[in-house]
Design a protein around this ligand. Sequence first.
Ligand code: 3PG
Length: 209
Amino acid sequence: MTLTTSPLDVSAVIPVVVIDDPAHAVPLARALVAGGVSIIEVTLRTPRALDAVAAIAAEVPEIALGVGSLLTASDVDQALTAGAEFLVSPGASPALLESLVAAAVPVLPGVATVSEVLTALDRGLTELKFFPAGPAGGPAYLAAVGGPVPQVRFCPTGGVTPDNLRDYLAVPGVAAVGGTWLAPRASIAAEDWAGIAAQAAAVRGLISG
Ligand code: 3PG
């Protein structure tokens, strides 16, 4: 499936997931959709992550499928081949940025400073991951970084939790937040699909409430 909107407009919360067993990928994606969160970022942090991406691409077309933790141009190629509909990176080397700019899908390169934002803007990229949001300085720091660049939309991740996500969403320029708490690696490994669906539904309540 092709994303017809920015991933930042699909959901105000993007689950960032670590999948050890590709057999978990499809039930996980279906649990998120059942809970009302139709987007997922599968991180390339496990040996079988690309198999998990391919399984979701084949069997859960209704979820917006992102691949994250991209570090190299080769990672970008492999993610696209596996079926990624959007791409996320924690930061960006010149070569990785080049490859993201060339991709025919939405991309969210990671930034943590004003200079990194300006480097991305130079390449025409206006939607960025802000990482690691908490250790970098939290909502106040992000508000300061975003001040001079009102044309940029941010997705902070790294230390975002149900307790602080509304503080991040209140920062001008923040269009969505991401994090692993919604579908933790341990819950995925334990096949707690009902728990993950309930957590997704609870998060939706937090956002709309
Ligand atoms: C990411 O890659 O976006 C982060 O590792 C997510 O951080 P969290 O585990 O603090 O949510």
